[in-house]
Design a protein. Structure first.
Lengths: 457, 198
């Protein structure tokens, strides 16, 4: 216990988790606010600072940099040193990065609301913020990876660490590429190729590998069973590393980007589905004989629900990434449903699971209520599933009104019931998260319990 | 070997990323390299009869205050400003800027988009867009009048019943006439596709 305390800075992990859930509230608020515009019930009409377009950008950027990055970093700071047996390169640097990250997210949100957004999807962070973010990403990579260089022993690295190494190296390149090349060097169609890859890689080369790396750590430690197959985990990692950077163009199908490059993206998009299935098979076979954890252990339940959603997402990718399906669903709410399924249904569920697992260890208190966990889980899972189905159908409806040459406004009129359902399901998710946060809060303020830390590898 | 730091760092981290970069990014850049890159000054020369010049007649006082004389130079200034506002307000999150050769889009919007239309300063960063809550705008020039656009920015449902577009009151002065931002935005959307008027 004492050695693990000196390995991992518990307060740092906790600080990142608190920052993450704080920004999650911002995400939920901005998302709900934006959805009200579609219903003609926006509460601040005509106010420049809260223009719905700007609020939308705060929503998506808060997801990426405020919620996911904070949450995943907390996980990496917890798991990384335990896996390597070495602390971070510098604890003070880690705290500096913590405060810098929160400042930058707030500065980005302020800049976007103030009208300084950059015209790059998911990279709307204003230009004056970007250099600092890149510097921060370099420092994070150095802080986590430098201790690894000191390792001399011949033992191979555990799979989680492959993902951490990959993600922290990729994100520096991805972020610099996406925010600068289309802005200053490459216009038009070729620039779109870059920003398509940027959107894609921000998910695929940062969030996904960190998420999977953490799953490979938390699941075996919680269910106390090694991962089913080392070979499959090798295949999963190298498949991701190879295929993911090859498919960003599927975000701009049928666009003026040269067609043969679009074809290559389709092939890679379908290819990665094989890899994804192998990874999921590995995790579900690992769970074999421990199935009751899904009922009794909330972290495991969040993790595996996220994995089911992940498989749906990726299966959907392989289908919607074809030129045929793109004809109908591109530019529609189908894609919005897909995005929410990935970002909330998978990675947010995983982070919530990680918080559920770590919060008692960080605070030294048992969860104050297991019943509230159940409420949070079902509200979020049902809310998200309904939102996904709703937006997917809405997308098909919109696609057919356009294809059928209805007056354009028909696609808005026909969407109205779907947009109402979207807002209501958003409220369900918000309620679920609020229940979860209330539980978090009550636990932190509760009496310290006698508590033994589980042995974590 | 495959589980060692340096191998993962170099092959997966750097190597595969570079490979993806070559296929997905250098590919389009190389294929499109021969299309000349246009400056804004050239773009406004090509649209010597644009709706911008009509704005000076429609809103003479406001126009004079914002841009002075209707010249190619002031057209360029208005275009740039309009493009910047289009980005700042995230117009491109609800309006796309390319016509696809599928789903009857050429019938609805006009000629299919080609790469050369986007090889210019105002498409840096590109504004292809991701969602069509509202219609595509790349063939918008001259489809509606300047007055229509100004009224539309002020209160979209007033000219398009059922529209869910927000109103942009800060494009207008106290007296309800368009300010510099409003004129710049009208200039920009009236320029989009001016090279492909139907």
């Amino acid at each position: 216990m004492s050695t693990q305390r000196s390995l991992v800075d518990h307060r740092l992990v906790m600080a990142h988790l608190i920052a993450a859930v704080t920004f999650l509230l911002v995400v939920l608020m901005t998302g709900l606010l934006y959805s009200l515009q579609f219903l003609g019930r926006y509460p601040f009409p005509g106010i420049e600072l809260f223009s719905p377009g700007r609020v939308r950008m705060v929503h998506t950027n808060a997801v990426a940099y405020g919620w996911l990055l904070n949450g995943l970093l907390a996980g990496v700071y917890w798991a990384g040193p335990r896996l390597s047996g070495r602390p971070l390169f510098s604890r003070r640097l880690a705290w500096l990065i913590f405060w810098a990250l929160q400042t930058l997210v707030l500065a980005a949100a302020g800049g976007i609301l103030g009208g300084y957004a950059q015209g790059i999807e998911w990279g709307e962070t204003p230009l004056f913020v970007d250099p600092f973010i890149i510097l921060g990403l370099v420092l994070i990579a150095a802080n986590v990876l430098l201790p690894l260089l000191k390792e001399r022993e011949e033992a191979p690295l555990y799979v989680s660490r492959w993902y951490f190494i990959g993600a922290l190296v990729w994100i520096v390149m991805v972020y610099s590429m996406g925010n600068y090349i289309p802005q200053y060097f490459v216009p038009g169609a070729a620039g779109a190729a870059i920003s398509g890859n940027f959107i894609h890689d921000l998910v695929g080369l940062l969030v996904t590998p960190l998420g999977w790396g953490l799953m490979y750590y938390f699941i075996p430690t919680i269910i106390r069973k090694p991962i089913w197959s080392h070979t499959l985990s090798l295949m999963g990692f190298w498949g991701l590393a190879f295929f993911y950077p090859m498919q960003g163009l599927h975000h701009f199908m049928w666009s003026p980007i040269p067609m043969h490059v679009q074809y290559s993206a389709v092939v890679a998009t379908i290819g990665i589905e094989v890899v994804v299935t192998s990874v999921l098979a590995n995790f579900f076979l690992t769970l074999r004989g421990r199935g009751d954890y899904l009922r009794t252990n909330y972290p495991i339940r969040w993790f595996y629900t996220g994995m089911v959603f992940y498989w749906i997402t990726c299966f959907q990718c392989a289908i919607q990434g074809t030129l045929t399906v793109q004809k109908l669903i591109h530019f529609t709410d189908w894609v919005v449903g897909h995005a929410h399924l990935v970002m909330f249904g998978v990675f947010s569920f995983w982070i919530i699971g990680i918080i559920t697992e770590l919060w008692p260890k960080l605070t030294g208190r048992e969860w104050s209520s297991q019943r509230l966990h159940g409420w949070a889980y079902w509200l979020c899972a049902l809310g998200l599933a309904l939102m996904f189905v709703d937006l997917t159908i809405a997308g098909v409806v919109q696609g057919f009104t356009w294809w059928g040459l209805n007056p354009f406004i028909d696609s808005v009129r026909f969407s109205m019931p779907f947009w109402w359902v979207r807002t209501l399901t958003g409220l369900m998710i918000t309620a679920g998260i609020l229940v979860f946060l209330y539980n978090l809060w009550r636990t932190a303020l509760g009496k310290p319990a006698y508590f033994t830390e589980r042995v974590t590898a | 070997m495959k589980e060692r730091f340096i191998y993962i760092f170099l092959v997966a981290g750097i190597g595969f990323f570079v490979l993806g970069f070559i296929f997905q990014i250098l590919g389009p850049v190389v294929f499109l390299r021969k299309i000349p890159m246009k400056r804004v000054a050239e773009l406004v020369q090509e649209d010597s009869n644009g709706e911008f010049y009509k704005l000076a007649e429609d809103y003479p006082q406001e126009f004079a205050k914002a841009f002075g004389e209707p010249t190619p130079a002031s057209y360029a200034e208005a275009l740039r400003l309009g493009r910047d506002i289009y980005i700042a307000e995230a117009c491109w999150h609800c309006h796309s800027q390319y016509v696809r050769p599928v789903a009857n889009e050429p019938l609805r919007y006009g000629p299919v988009s080609v790469a050369s239309e986007y090889q210019n300063e105002l498409q840096m960063p590109h504004l292809f867009g991701t969602r069509r809550v509202g219609p595509d705008l790349i063939r918008e020039a001259g489809v509606h009048s300047n007055d229509w656009h100004v009224a539309h920015f002020y209160d979209p449902p007033s000219v398009q019943p059922g529209s869910v577009m927000p109103s942009y009151r800060w494009f207008f002065a106290e007296n309800g006439r368009p300010n510099k931002k409003g004129l710049a935005m009208a200039t920009y959307v009236q320029w989009l596709g001016s090279w492909q008027r139907r």
